[in-house]
Ligand binder design. Structure first.
Ligand SMILES: NC(=O)c1ccc[n+]([C@@H]2O[C@H](COP(=O)([O-])OP(=O)(O)OC[C@H]3O[C@@H](n4cnc5c(N)ncnc54)[C@H](O)[C@@H]3O)[C@@H](O)[C@H]2O)c1
Length: 315
């Protein structure tokens, strides 16, 4: 099968592209190598894909006719590209253009792909709002520009499914962790600062926040399990994450255990829009995708520390 993977040079997209190549599929990855974080990391991720036989196109999805740059013979499109996270350095325009406008142009392109079996949108638990603890039928109440624009992107995709113009689904991911996690996110930052004996900036009140920290390999298991299930998945929104919850403090303790040292903490002001609790309800994923994430927090952190020491510290 031929896959178009957007955001392929990013954290989760690069893992997905590599897994599909390992499964024997053909992969074209698209990424604009945005400088939201180190483009060196993205170059490294892209190299991993090309070394396994995939192709990477440097392309910005905010281009109104993507068919000038891409062929139309894709079987599946998996759409990871986005302005992710809640960050003060990202403007509303960044979120709107990379999440809403880019998705609109990608959907326009997808409608031209006559053999397309399924458009897989990558959504987020942030769509639910400050508490993401319920099933897919719950009314979304996003509490950040990120959540609002990811909801709009999801709806742009699902609209075309409702109009029977293409088959589409959206997978809402929960707090993905593991090797290649973005540098501004909790675990990569904890590992980086912990190894340097520098203080980790913890948002006030966030030590007790609860999260479904989900290993990236388990997320990719769920994503690739959509292959061949387009009839069952068309029009569906499906949560993907672990049902196991941990507090941020437990996450810090786990990194300390793996590094074998105490990490200094400095408290910084609260972050607006930060979710208080995420707990993935995955009955639907279990039913439709036989989804069963198993990697523990300790195993995930061990993998992430190994990656960080091998790929970042020693390079
Ligand atoms: N990381 C998480 O915990 C998490 C949780 C829930 C959902 N998600 C979703 O998963 C997806 C991937 O997230 P990630 O953490 O891997 O982020 P990432 O930033 O590592 O990857 C996104 C990639 O998209 C690219 N991109 C951004 N705008 C683009 C554009 N206009 N044209 C082409 N490429 C563009 C970026 O350069 C980047 O490489 C996003 O859609 C995000 O909303 C992530």
């Amino acid at each position: 099968m031929k896959f178009l993977i957007t955001g392929a040079a990013g954290f989760i997209g690069s893992h997905c592209a590599e897994r599909l190549l390992e499964l024997g599929h053909s992969v074209i990855g698209v990424d604009n190598f945005s400088d939201y974080y180190s483009t060196d990391l993205k170059e490294k991720n892209a190299e991993g894909i090309t070394s396994k036989g995939g192709e990477i196109k440097r392309l910005d999805l905010r281009t109104d006719d993507l068919s000038k740059s891409l062929s139309l013979d894709f079987d599946y499109i998996i759409h990871f590209a986005a302005q992710p996270g809640i960050s003060q350095s990202s403007t509303f325009t960044d979120y709107f253009s990379n999440n809403v406008l880019a998705t609109k142009y990608l959907v326009d392109f997808a409608l031209k792909c006559k053999d397309l079996k399924l458009f897989v949108n990558i959504g987020t638990s942030s769509i639910y709002g400050l508490e993401a603890t319920s099933s897919e039928e719950t009314a979304p109440k996003p509490a950040s520009y990120y959540g609002v624009t990811k909801l709009a992107a999801e709806q742009l995709v699902m609209q075309k499914s409702r109009e029977k113009m293409m088959k589409a689904c959206s997978l809402r991911l929960y707090s993905v962790i593991g090797p290649r996690e973005r540098p501004e996110k909790m675990y990569t930052k904890l590992i980086d600062l912990g190894l340097k004996d520098e203080a980790f900036p913890l948002f006030e009140g966030s030590a007790s926040h609860l999260r479904s920290f989900t290993y990236v390999g388990d997320i990719i298991d769920g994503i690739v399990s959509v292959i061949g299930k387009e009839k069952e998945l068309d029009g569906e929104i499906v949560n993907l994450g672990t049902e196991v919850e941990h507090t941020t403090q437990e996450g810090i303790n786990t990194v300390e255990k793996v590094l074998g040292k105490t990490i200094q903490i400095k408290t910084i002001p609260k972050r607006a829009g930060d979710q208080l609790r995420t707990k993935a309800i995955i009955d639907k994923a279990q039913r439709l995708l036989n989804y069963n994430p198993q990697t523990t927090l300790l195993e995930s952190v061990r993998h992430q520390v190994d990656w960080y020491k091998k790929e970042i510290v020693n390079n």
